[in-house]
Write a protein that binds this ligand. Sequence first.
Ligand code: 4NP
Length: 169
Amino acid sequence: MKMGKNKKVKVLFVCLGNICRSPMAEGVFRQLLAEHDLSHRVQVDSAGTAGYHAGERPDRRAQQATRRRGVDISRQRSRQVRRGDCAEYDYILAMDEWNLRDLQRFCPPEHRHKIRLFLDYAPHLGVSEVPDPYYGGDRGFEHVLDLIEEASQGLLQTIRRDLDVDGGY
Ligand code: 4NP
């Protein structure tokens, strides 16, 4: 996908509740964009396939784990995926196979090509899903962040290519 000079690339991270995995991905990827001076070229958001935590801050464990890596996600608020997201976003990235199937059902066929598993951008890991840490301990959140950091690097390379920024491959 090649982008016009002034068009922003739009990325939406999606999990189930939008209080653990996708808010962490949003925060980590936004920080990476800032480090690469690309914040003005890429818009990032996150959402949940379910709406039962709508309006809430990220899970306290998710906030703490990301803060330990220098990323503040405390100002994010959970929201459910909206039909309009399917048309608006260029990359709609699911954390697990369940999210992927829900999104494929939810979005009209002409937008389904934008929906992928986030870990497709870290094929060297040999895992396809970011596991749900909600019912586990703090260690689960650290593992989730490890996976998110790896896939964020791969996604950044892909988007640099879209934007024709040097260093994309
Ligand atoms: P997330 O985690 O999808 O990574 O935000 C979950 C959050 C809440 C629930 C499940 C998963 N829940 O069942 O309330």
